[in-house]
Design a protein around this ligand. Sequence first.
Ligand code: UT7
Length: 331
Amino acid sequence: MKKTTAAITAVGGYLPDFVLSNKVLETMVDTNDEWITTRTGIKERRILKEENAGTSFMAIKAAEDLLKKRDIDASEIDMVLVATATPDMPVAATAAYVASEIGATNAFAYDLQAACSSFLYGMSTAASYIESGRYKKVLLIGADKMSSIIDYTDRTTCIIFGDGAGAVLFEPNEEGLGLQDEYLRSDGIGRQFLKIDAGGSILPASEETVKNKKHYVFQDGKSVFKFAVSNMADVSALIMERNNLSKNDVQWLAPHQANKRIIDATANRMGLEPEKVLMNIERYGNTTSATLPLLLYDFEKQLKKGDNIIFAAFGGGFTWGSIYLKWAYNS
Ligand code: UT7
Protein backbone atom coordinates (compact mmCIF):
# COMPACT_ATOMS: atom_id res chain seq x y z
CA MET A 1 0.00 0.00 0.00
CA LYS A 2 1.25 3.46 -0.86
CA LYS A 3 2.19 5.66 2.08
CA THR A 4 -0.03 8.67 2.74
CA THR A 5 1.97 11.87 3.01
CA ALA A 6 0.89 15.23 4.45
CA ALA A 7 0.83 18.10 1.98
CA ILE A 8 0.19 21.80 2.27
CA THR A 9 -2.88 22.44 0.10
CA ALA A 10 -3.68 26.10 0.87
CA VAL A 11 -2.11 29.23 2.33
CA GLY A 12 -3.53 32.39 3.92
CA GLY A 13 -2.07 35.43 5.59
CA TYR A 14 -2.71 38.67 7.40
CA LEU A 15 -0.56 41.70 8.10
CA PRO A 16 -1.65 44.73 10.12
CA ASP A 17 -1.91 47.98 8.13
CA PHE A 18 0.31 50.07 10.40
CA VAL A 19 3.89 50.30 9.08
CA LEU A 20 6.71 51.09 11.50
CA SER A 21 9.68 52.13 9.35
CA ASN A 22 13.35 52.44 10.28
CA LYS A 23 12.96 56.17 9.77
CA VAL A 24 10.27 56.36 12.46
CA LEU A 25 12.34 54.15 14.80
CA GLU A 26 15.13 56.72 14.45
CA THR A 27 12.84 59.16 16.25
CA MET A 28 12.06 56.68 19.03
CA VAL A 29 15.49 55.23 19.99
CA ASP A 30 19.16 55.88 19.29
CA THR A 31 19.42 54.01 16.00
CA ASN A 32 19.54 54.66 12.27
CA ASP A 33 18.28 53.17 9.04
CA GLU A 34 21.79 52.30 7.86
CA TRP A 35 22.64 50.29 11.00
CA ILE A 36 19.35 48.40 10.95
CA THR A 37 19.56 47.66 7.23
CA THR A 38 23.15 46.43 7.18
CA ARG A 39 22.94 44.46 10.44
CA THR A 40 19.53 42.86 9.90
CA GLY A 41 18.14 43.52 6.40
CA ILE A 42 14.96 45.03 7.89
CA LYS A 43 13.43 48.22 6.48
CA GLU A 44 10.00 48.19 8.09
CA ARG A 45 7.66 46.03 10.12
CA ARG A 46 3.90 45.90 10.76
CA ILE A 47 2.30 46.66 14.12
CA LEU A 48 -1.21 45.66 15.23
CA LYS A 49 -2.82 48.83 16.55
CA GLU A 50 -6.46 47.71 16.94
CA GLU A 51 -7.61 48.11 20.52
CA ASN A 52 -8.21 44.95 22.57
CA ALA A 53 -6.93 42.84 19.68
CA GLY A 54 -4.43 40.09 20.43
CA THR A 55 -2.75 37.38 18.40
CA SER A 56 -6.11 35.70 17.72
CA PHE A 57 -7.25 38.77 15.77
CA MET A 58 -4.55 38.16 13.16
CA ALA A 59 -4.80 34.36 13.32
CA ILE A 60 -8.52 34.53 12.55
CA LYS A 61 -7.93 36.85 9.57
CA ALA A 62 -5.23 34.55 8.17
CA ALA A 63 -7.44 31.48 8.61
CA GLU A 64 -10.42 33.19 6.98
CA ASP A 65 -8.24 34.22 4.05
CA LEU A 66 -7.16 30.60 3.61
CA LEU A 67 -10.68 29.18 3.83
CA LYS A 68 -11.93 31.64 1.24
CA LYS A 69 -9.09 30.88 -1.17
CA ARG A 70 -9.41 27.11 -0.75
CA ASP A 71 -13.20 27.44 -0.89
CA ILE A 72 -13.93 25.07 1.96
CA ASP A 73 -16.24 25.37 4.93
CA ALA A 74 -14.63 25.72 8.36
CA SER A 75 -16.78 22.86 9.65
CA GLU A 76 -14.61 20.49 7.57
CA ILE A 77 -11.51 21.29 9.66
CA ASP A 78 -10.55 18.51 12.08
CA MET A 79 -7.93 20.35 14.07
CA VAL A 80 -6.61 23.88 14.58
CA LEU A 81 -3.07 24.42 15.81
CA VAL A 82 -1.90 27.92 16.66
CA ALA A 83 1.87 28.24 16.78
CA THR A 84 2.61 31.33 18.86
CA ALA A 85 4.90 32.81 21.48
CA THR A 86 2.34 35.51 22.27
CA PRO A 87 -1.00 33.80 23.03
CA ASP A 88 -3.97 36.04 23.78
CA MET A 89 -3.69 35.10 27.45
CA PRO A 90 -2.13 32.43 29.68
CA VAL A 91 -3.99 29.15 30.25
CA ALA A 92 -6.90 29.48 27.78
CA ALA A 93 -5.61 28.28 24.42
CA THR A 94 -5.74 30.93 21.70
CA ALA A 95 -6.36 28.15 19.16
CA ALA A 96 -9.65 27.16 20.83
CA TYR A 97 -10.93 30.72 20.49
CA VAL A 98 -9.70 30.98 16.89
CA ALA A 99 -11.37 27.69 15.96
CA SER A 100 -14.70 28.85 17.38
CA GLU A 101 -14.52 32.27 15.77
CA ILE A 102 -13.87 30.89 12.28
CA GLY A 103 -16.65 28.32 12.68
CA ALA A 104 -14.46 25.22 12.93
CA THR A 105 -17.12 23.60 15.06
CA ASN A 106 -15.92 20.03 14.49
CA ALA A 107 -12.30 20.71 15.37
CA PHE A 108 -10.22 20.42 18.50
CA ALA A 109 -7.56 23.05 19.00
CA TYR A 110 -4.48 23.90 21.00
CA ASP A 111 -1.42 26.15 20.98
CA LEU A 112 2.17 25.19 20.30
CA GLN A 113 5.05 27.24 21.70
CA ALA A 114 8.67 26.89 20.65
CA ALA A 115 9.55 30.57 20.12
CA CYS A 116 10.70 31.24 16.55
CA SER A 117 10.57 27.52 15.73
CA SER A 118 6.90 27.20 16.72
CA PHE A 119 5.64 27.02 13.15
CA LEU A 120 8.37 24.62 12.01
CA TYR A 121 7.60 22.26 14.90
CA GLY A 122 3.90 22.79 14.12
CA MET A 123 4.48 21.53 10.58
CA SER A 124 5.86 18.33 12.04
CA THR A 125 2.89 17.97 14.43
CA ALA A 126 0.27 18.76 11.79
CA ALA A 127 1.86 16.36 9.30
CA SER A 128 2.05 13.56 11.86
CA TYR A 129 -1.68 13.81 12.58
CA ILE A 130 -2.40 13.56 8.86
CA GLU A 131 0.05 10.68 8.30
CA SER A 132 -1.56 8.78 11.18
CA GLY A 133 -4.75 8.68 9.13
CA ARG A 134 -6.84 9.99 12.04
CA TYR A 135 -7.48 13.46 10.63
CA LYS A 136 -7.96 14.81 7.11
CA LYS A 137 -7.75 18.58 7.47
CA VAL A 138 -5.36 20.20 9.92
CA LEU A 139 -5.17 23.99 9.99
CA LEU A 140 -1.81 25.27 11.20
CA ILE A 141 -1.57 28.98 11.96
CA GLY A 142 1.61 30.84 12.88
CA ALA A 143 0.78 34.16 14.53
CA ASP A 144 2.52 36.59 16.84
CA LYS A 145 1.83 40.03 18.22
CA MET A 146 5.46 40.71 19.10
CA SER A 147 4.68 44.38 19.76
CA SER A 148 2.89 43.25 22.95
CA ILE A 149 6.17 42.01 24.50
CA ILE A 150 8.68 44.48 23.10
CA ASP A 151 10.15 47.44 24.96
CA TYR A 152 10.13 50.31 22.47
CA THR A 153 12.85 52.08 24.40
CA ASP A 154 15.25 49.12 23.92
CA ARG A 155 17.04 49.57 20.60
CA THR A 156 18.51 46.08 20.66
CA THR A 157 15.09 44.42 20.29
CA CYS A 158 12.54 46.97 19.08
CA ILE A 159 14.12 47.26 15.64
CA ILE A 160 13.85 43.53 14.97
CA PHE A 161 10.31 42.34 15.62
CA GLY A 162 6.94 42.81 13.92
CA ASP A 163 3.38 41.47 14.03
CA GLY A 164 1.68 39.15 11.56
CA ALA A 165 -0.03 35.82 10.91
CA GLY A 166 0.07 33.10 8.28
CA ALA A 167 -1.93 29.89 7.90
CA VAL A 168 -1.54 26.63 6.00
CA LEU A 169 -3.81 23.63 5.55
CA PHE A 170 -2.36 20.11 5.72
CA GLU A 171 -4.22 17.34 3.91
CA PRO A 172 -3.42 13.73 2.94
CA ASN A 173 -1.61 13.24 -0.37
CA GLU A 174 -1.33 10.03 -2.36
CA GLU A 175 1.24 11.29 -4.90
CA GLY A 176 4.14 11.39 -2.47
CA LEU A 177 4.03 15.19 -2.15
CA GLY A 178 4.21 17.15 1.10
CA LEU A 179 6.48 16.61 4.09
CA GLN A 180 9.37 14.27 3.25
CA ASP A 181 11.78 14.56 6.16
CA GLU A 182 12.49 16.60 9.25
CA TYR A 183 15.39 17.23 11.60
CA LEU A 184 14.28 19.05 14.76
CA ARG A 185 16.53 19.96 17.68
CA SER A 186 16.51 21.85 20.99
CA ASP A 187 18.97 22.83 23.70
CA GLY A 188 17.93 24.38 27.01
CA ILE A 189 21.24 26.17 27.32
CA GLY A 190 19.58 28.81 25.14
CA ARG A 191 17.06 30.19 27.58
CA GLN A 192 19.56 32.50 29.25
CA PHE A 193 20.10 34.31 25.93
CA LEU A 194 16.53 34.91 24.75
CA LYS A 195 13.66 35.09 27.19
CA ILE A 196 11.04 37.05 29.13
CA ASP A 197 11.99 36.85 32.79
CA ALA A 198 8.64 37.52 34.43
CA GLY A 199 5.02 36.51 34.02
CA GLY A 200 5.69 32.78 34.12
CA SER A 201 5.72 30.34 37.04
CA ILE A 202 9.25 31.20 38.18
CA LEU A 203 8.62 34.91 38.54
CA PRO A 204 4.91 35.74 38.50
CA ALA A 205 3.83 39.29 37.71
CA SER A 206 4.21 41.80 40.54
CA GLU A 207 4.58 45.54 40.93
CA GLU A 208 8.32 44.95 41.09
CA THR A 209 8.49 42.96 37.84
CA VAL A 210 6.52 45.59 35.99
CA LYS A 211 8.64 48.42 37.39
CA ASN A 212 11.81 46.61 36.37
CA LYS A 213 10.54 45.93 32.82
CA LYS A 214 10.78 42.19 33.31
CA HIS A 215 7.83 41.45 31.01
CA TYR A 216 9.65 42.42 27.84
CA VAL A 217 11.83 40.30 25.58
CA PHE A 218 15.46 40.16 26.59
CA GLN A 219 17.92 39.04 23.93
CA ASP A 220 21.70 38.67 24.02
CA GLY A 221 21.77 39.21 20.27
CA LYS A 222 25.40 38.36 19.67
CA SER A 223 25.18 34.96 21.39
CA VAL A 224 21.89 34.07 19.71
CA PHE A 225 23.36 35.13 16.38
CA LYS A 226 26.33 32.76 16.74
CA PHE A 227 24.15 29.76 17.62
CA ALA A 228 21.61 30.64 14.91
CA VAL A 229 24.15 30.97 12.10
CA SER A 230 25.86 27.65 12.73
CA ASN A 231 22.79 25.62 13.68
CA MET A 232 20.45 26.79 10.92
CA ALA A 233 23.16 26.20 8.30
CA ASP A 234 24.05 22.79 9.81
CA VAL A 235 20.52 21.39 9.81
CA SER A 236 19.79 22.69 6.31
CA ALA A 237 22.94 21.07 4.92
CA LEU A 238 22.23 17.89 6.87
CA ILE A 239 18.69 17.45 5.55
CA MET A 240 19.96 17.88 1.97
CA GLU A 241 22.66 15.29 2.53
CA ARG A 242 20.32 12.84 4.21
CA ASN A 243 17.92 13.03 1.26
CA ASN A 244 20.63 12.99 -1.41
CA LEU A 245 19.62 16.46 -2.59
CA SER A 246 22.19 18.46 -4.53
CA LYS A 247 21.83 22.23 -4.73
CA ASN A 248 20.22 21.72 -8.16
CA ASP A 249 17.52 19.54 -6.63
CA VAL A 250 16.42 22.27 -4.22
CA GLN A 251 14.12 24.89 -5.74
CA TRP A 252 13.58 27.01 -2.62
CA LEU A 253 14.92 27.74 0.84
CA ALA A 254 12.22 29.06 3.19
CA PRO A 255 14.22 30.30 6.17
CA HIS A 256 13.03 31.92 9.41
CA GLN A 257 13.30 35.67 8.94
CA ALA A 258 15.40 36.75 11.93
CA ASN A 259 18.37 38.37 10.26
CA LYS A 260 19.40 38.56 6.60
CA ARG A 261 22.97 37.66 7.54
CA ILE A 262 21.80 34.38 9.11
CA ILE A 263 19.71 33.63 6.01
CA ASP A 264 22.65 34.36 3.68
CA ALA A 265 24.95 32.11 5.70
CA THR A 266 22.42 29.26 5.50
CA ALA A 267 21.95 29.67 1.75
CA ASN A 268 25.73 29.78 1.22
CA ARG A 269 26.25 26.59 3.16
CA MET A 270 23.60 24.90 0.98
CA GLY A 271 25.23 26.31 -2.15
CA LEU A 272 21.99 27.99 -3.20
CA GLU A 273 21.79 31.02 -5.48
CA PRO A 274 20.05 34.07 -3.94
CA GLU A 275 17.11 33.67 -6.39
CA LYS A 276 16.16 30.46 -4.59
CA VAL A 277 15.95 32.08 -1.18
CA LEU A 278 12.49 33.26 -0.10
CA MET A 279 12.81 36.51 1.81
CA ASN A 280 10.49 39.26 3.05
CA ILE A 281 12.35 40.35 6.18
CA GLU A 282 12.82 43.82 4.72
CA ARG A 283 9.05 44.44 4.91
CA TYR A 284 7.94 42.58 8.04
CA GLY A 285 10.97 42.12 10.29
CA ASN A 286 10.93 39.06 12.54
CA THR A 287 7.31 38.00 13.09
CA THR A 288 8.44 34.93 15.11
CA SER A 289 5.88 32.15 14.43
CA ALA A 290 4.52 33.87 11.34
CA THR A 291 7.72 34.13 9.26
CA LEU A 292 7.50 30.77 7.47
CA PRO A 293 3.80 30.86 6.53
CA LEU A 294 4.13 34.50 5.47
CA LEU A 295 6.88 33.47 3.04
CA LEU A 296 4.48 30.94 1.51
CA TYR A 297 1.76 33.60 1.47
CA ASP A 298 3.96 36.12 -0.35
CA PHE A 299 5.60 33.70 -2.80
CA GLU A 300 2.78 31.19 -3.33
CA LYS A 301 2.42 32.03 -7.03
CA GLN A 302 6.06 31.17 -7.73
CA LEU A 303 5.90 27.75 -6.08
CA LYS A 304 5.23 24.90 -8.50
CA LYS A 305 3.87 21.42 -7.88
CA GLY A 306 6.77 19.08 -7.11
CA ASP A 307 9.20 21.84 -6.07
CA ASN A 308 11.57 20.82 -3.29
CA ILE A 309 11.50 23.33 -0.43
CA ILE A 310 13.80 23.31 2.59
CA PHE A 311 12.33 25.09 5.62
CA ALA A 312 14.71 26.12 8.38
CA ALA A 313 14.25 27.95 11.67
CA PHE A 314 16.09 28.89 14.82
CA GLY A 315 14.61 30.39 17.98
CA GLY A 316 14.53 30.88 21.72
CA GLY A 317 14.88 27.87 23.96
CA PHE A 318 17.02 27.15 21.94
CA THR A 319 14.88 25.40 19.35
CA TRP A 320 15.76 24.81 15.73
CA GLY A 321 15.51 22.49 12.78
CA SER A 322 14.80 21.91 9.13
CA ILE A 323 12.02 20.32 7.13
CA TYR A 324 12.10 19.03 3.56
CA LEU A 325 8.74 19.38 1.82
CA LYS A 326 7.56 18.83 -1.75
CA TRP A 327 5.09 21.52 -2.82
CA ALA A 328 1.75 20.05 -3.84
CA TYR A 329 -0.04 22.49 -6.14
CA ASN A 330 0.19 25.28 -8.72
CA SER A 331 -1.76 28.43 -7.97
O1 UT7 B 1 14.45 34.84 15.83
C1 UT7 B 1 14.95 34.38 17.04
C2 UT7 B 1 16.40 34.29 17.04
N1 UT7 B 1 17.00 35.60 17.04
C3 UT7 B 1 17.98 35.88 16.21
O2 UT7 B 1 18.32 35.05 15.38
C4 UT7 B 1 18.68 37.19 16.36
C5 UT7 B 1 20.15 36.99 16.32
N2 UT7 B 1 20.91 38.20 16.55
C6 UT7 B 1 20.97 39.21 15.66
O3 UT7 B 1 20.28 39.20 14.66
C7 UT7 B 1 21.97 40.30 15.89
O4 UT7 B 1 22.83 39.94 16.95
C8 UT7 B 1 21.35 41.70 16.20
C9 UT7 B 1 20.68 42.25 14.96
C10 UT7 B 1 20.34 41.56 17.35
C11 UT7 B 1 22.46 42.66 16.60
O5 UT7 B 1 23.47 42.72 15.60
P1 UT7 B 1 25.00 42.56 15.96
O6 UT7 B 1 25.75 42.74 14.71
O7 UT7 B 1 25.17 41.26 16.70
O8 UT7 B 1 25.25 43.79 16.89
P2 UT7 B 1 25.81 43.83 18.39
O9 UT7 B 1 24.77 43.40 19.35
O10 UT7 B 1 27.14 43.14 18.43
O11 UT7 B 1 26.07 45.38 18.55
C12 UT7 B 1 27.05 46.07 17.77
C13 UT7 B 1 27.03 47.54 18.15
C14 UT7 B 1 27.06 47.77 19.65
O12 UT7 B 1 27.81 48.94 19.89
P3 UT7 B 1 29.35 48.87 20.33
O13 UT7 B 1 29.35 48.07 21.61
O14 UT7 B 1 30.06 48.16 19.21
O15 UT7 B 1 29.72 50.29 20.49
C15 UT7 B 1 25.62 48.02 20.00
O16 UT7 B 1 25.46 48.82 21.16
O17 UT7 B 1 25.80 48.12 17.69
C16 UT7 B 1 25.13 48.77 18.79
N3 UT7 B 1 23.69 48.63 18.57
C17 UT7 B 1 22.99 49.48 17.81
N4 UT7 B 1 23.35 50.59 17.12
C18 UT7 B 1 22.38 51.22 16.43
C19 UT7 B 1 22.84 47.68 19.04
N5 UT7 B 1 21.60 47.90 18.60
C20 UT7 B 1 21.66 49.01 17.83
C21 UT7 B 1 20.69 49.73 17.10
N6 UT7 B 1 21.10 50.82 16.41
N7 UT7 B 1 19.40 49.35 17.04
